[in-house]
Write a protein that binds this ligand. Structure first.
Ligand code: NAD
Length: 297
């Protein structure tokens, strides 16, 4: 008998799920308003005039408006000193009206990302970047989840993709994506997790064992069809801007997975764009709502 090769797969629609989440949040905000409760308020600090950062921030502001959150934008020139920025952070930390608070990365080279991040109050840290929130993943009562991994877990949950007892292989071990995602898959997903990174030897020997393969590297085409087990779930977190005359706009956003050739081998796969990307903003909104509920039940 011939081997059967799976040819049907589900494309995970992050855009739809993030729209569903925004609708749910908007209903909760409307209910809070009706009950005279505090409306969530997100403050965003943007430094410099990097085009990509501006676009990310514009999208976050648009998302706040769409669910009825209040927001405050604080913009500073990229010449601002670390000390001065710290003073503004203190101010937002102590502003009782602000529930959630993010500093858009990257920062200018003279400012320490770690020092800035650590100065954000953890109960307002809706990006989930502080050491406290990172560590709280393994506590019984996590506070605010790192936004992108939270979005990935939410996608798996909403698509009823089981993780318990599954072998999840995460490629990428960064502080904001790969590492917290691995912890969440272990602690909340009860998966058996292997973490791979740039020093991993013979990457494909691990990826081929994955029931769920999650990739957060930033190298388009890193994951090819021969690296993926038949029927695996593939979550592509990578986003790289690639330029070329073949793209309508002169550029396109690419994931880390060779989607065209990998997809037919999978059971579920996220596209790029339209997979994990929209979920990061949805998680930011969920975290802001949670921060508000914790401070003003
Ligand atoms: P990073 O550069 O901090 O970390 C990359 C990780 O990949 C590191 O752990 C590194 O060891 C590993 N790596 C590098 N080369 C590798 C290789 N050849 N084989 C295996 N591992 C390798 O990046 P990051 O901030 O974690 O982001 C990763 C990707 O995810 C980027 O493309 C980024 O744009 C994207 N991202 C997307 C979202 C979203 O909302 N969709 C959010 C955050 C990051």
């Amino acid at each position: 008998m011939e081997d059967t090769i799976q040819t049907t797969y589900t494309i995970i629609d992050g855009k739809k799920i993030s729209t569903d989440i925004k609708t749910e949040i908007a209903l909760k905000v409307a209910a809070r308003k009706k009950q005279g409760k505090k409306i969530p308020h997100l403050a965003i600090i943007l430094i410099g005039d990097d085009g990509a950062s501006q676009t990310y921030v514009d999208n976050k502001v648009k998302a706040c408006k769409s669910v009825g959150f209040h927001y405050t934008m604080l913009r500073f020139a990229d010449t601002i000193s670390e000390e001065r920025l710290m003073k503004h952070i203190d101010h937002v930390n102590n502003d009782d009206d602000v529930d959630g608070f993010i500093v858009q990365l990257p920062l200018p080279p003279h400012i320490s990302v770690e020092r800035i991040t650590e100065n954000i109050r953890s109960d307002k840290d809706v990006d989930g970047f502080t050491n406290h929130n990172f560590g709280s993943i393994i506590s019984k009562h996590p506070l605010l989840m790192p936004a992108t991994p939270f979005g990935v877990m939410e996608l798996l949950r909403r698509y009823n993709i089981p993780t318990e007892g599954k072998h999840a292989v995460v490629i990428g071990a960064s502080r904001i994506v790969g590492a917290p995602l691995s912890m969440m898959l272990t602690e909340q997903g009860h998966a058996t997790v292997t973490i791979c990174h740039k020093y991993t030897r013979d990457l494909s020997s691990y990826t081929r064992m994955a029931d769920i393969l999650l990739v957060a590297v930033g190298k388009p085409g890193l994951v090819t069809a021969d690296m993926v087990k038949e029927g695996a779930v593939v979550i592509d977190i990578g986003t790289t801007r690639v330029e070329g005359p073949e793209y309508q706009k002169g550029w396109a956003i690419k994931g880390d997975v060779d989607f065209k050739n990998v997809a037919p081998k999978t059971s579920y796969i996220t596209p790029v764009p339209g997979g994990v990307g929209p979920m990061t903003i949805a998680s930011l909104l969920l975290n802001t709502l949670r921060a508000t509920e914790l401070r003003n039940p």
